[in-house]
Design a protein around this ligand. Structure first.
Ligand code: ZN
Length: 423
């Protein structure tokens, strides 16, 4: 069954083949970016069957009944991955206190345009790192997977595991106010409580655990440079998550929190703003990924509380210099935007900042494809246009290796064989 919907000027085709009838597409790619070998191949054809890439070759016979998509004037890339999003955030009011004015249902329905904007911007997969109203992200992921909602494939955290009053908590209200369960679902104040929260989240089928090792910019009365979760709590979280086959992403701005998270076995350091030399060395030793979220700096402005703007100015002056040091030290760098702080769909702005601060365009594209696929534990399914992987493909009208800004203007989006956007 097929459902055709017009979104803006883009034709969106949802749904796959009728039962028992394979859906086959052949894509003629003028230029194909091989993210594994870091090269560009000219004049390739991609055979997609039932959502999987079946073959990639210069010459390829078109099977009878196949749909042919002519992208011979385009550069074709694997679907992009954003390893740090917040699709359930209210992009018009990111003050955590605003959560008290909205129900979980409002957050869920409010996330629908966010999810669609991110997919149509070429991001076919996201790792969504925290919903204030717990488990709204799980519901959104499942609705997208069912085909009820247009959006990227989501890997979700379910809630923030945070100290009470910490970076992932709702703060700034009087102490006699009792929060509803889903605004304190991830609160944990000892190693045992962290284990208990990880177990609860795993039981709710999350894909990743999100912990907070330092304060945050966008949380009231929270100091980004200061430590929050203790080394023991971080270690308990990583250990317990491992029991459930889950990896832990750790929010950390301050140098001490960063190092505690790396030593605890975090899969990735989110932001890593004030990372020092020892931190970079530990990242390399442990194989930890840095997800830098550089574009946030351009969006914390007039519409934010003065406290947030002041903190952003304080710590972000060091951010780009430390990012450049991480690039030079060959730390593994994933692509993540913290989107929701900046407008949904503007995810590709991150590429320009990465390239302006030391990465080559190919390295930046690799971070959003093969590197993020590894970070997600999905290297066998995502990140490159390779036989056997999911058919997540995008196209742009000019060479992104000559100018990465072109990635902000994605003209074609296919997720798992279904086309969501086409010129
Ligand atoms: Zn975030």
């Amino acid at each position: 069954m097929k459902l055709r919907v017009l979104i803006g000027c883009s034709l969106v085709v949802l749904g796959g083949a009728a039962p028992g009838h394979a859906e086959v597409t052949v894509i003629r790619a003028g230029h194909l970016i091989d993210t594994e070998a870091a090269r560009v191949l000219a004049g390739q054809s991609i055979l997609v069957r039932d959502g999987l890439i079946e073959a990639v070759a210069a010459t390829l016979a078109v099977p009878a009944g196949a749909r042919v998509v002519d992208l011979s004037d385009y550069w074709v890339l694997p679907g992009l991955i954003d390893a740090h999003t917040h699709l359930t955030i209210d992009s018009h009011n990111q003050d955590p206190l605003a959560e008290l004015q909205h129900t979980a249902a409002e957050r869920a329905l409010g996330a629908l345009p966010n999810a669609r904007a991110v997919l149509l911007a070429g991001f076919t997969t996201v790792r969504d790192l925290g919903s204030y109203r717990a488990l709204v992200d799980v519901a959104l992921r499942d609705a997208i997977n069912r085909g009820d909602v247009v959006g990227p494939r989501m890997f979700v955290a379910g809630a923030y595991i945070t100290i009470t009053g910490g970076a992932g908590a709702i703060t700034g209200f009087a102490p006699d106010v009792t929060l509803p369960w889903d605004l304190r679902y991830g609160n944990a104040n000892s190693p045992e409580e962290v284990r208990e929260r990880v177990r609860a989240l795993a039981g709710q089928r999350v894909d990743v655990i999100k912990m907070l090792a330092t304060g945050a910019v966008l949380t009231h009365n929270s100091n980004p440079s200061g430590r929050e979760a203790t080394p023991q709590e971080l270690g308990a979280g990583v250990d317990e998550a491992r029991n459930f086959g889950l990896r832990v992403a750790v929010h950390a701005h301050g140098a001490e929190g960063i190092k505690a998270a790396i030593r605890a076995g975090a899969a990735s350091i989110e932001h890593g703003t004030l990372m020092d030399d020892e931190g970079r060395m530990l990242m390399k030793q442990h194989g930890t990924y840095l997800v830098p979220t550089l574009e946030v700096r351009e969006c914390v402005g007039a519409n934010y509380a003065p406290e947030f703007v002041a903190k952003a100015e304080q710590i972000m002056s060091a951010q780009l210099a430390n990012f450049r040091k991480a690039v030079n030290a060959a730390v593994k760098i994933g692509f993540g935007t913290d989107i929701g702080v900046c407008p949904f769909g503007h995810n590709a702005r991150e590429f320009s900042l990465m390239v302006a601060n030391g990465m080559t365009p190919m390295q930046a594209i690799q971070s959003a494809t093969v590197v993020d696929a590894e970070l997600l534990g999905m290297a066998d399914r995502l990140g490159s246009i390779t036989r056997g992987k999911l058919a997540d493909l995008i196209a742009v009208h000019a060479d992104p290796l000559a100018d990465v800004r072109v990635l902000a203007d994605v003209r074609f989006v296919m997720k798992q064989g279904a086309i969501y956007k086409q010129d």
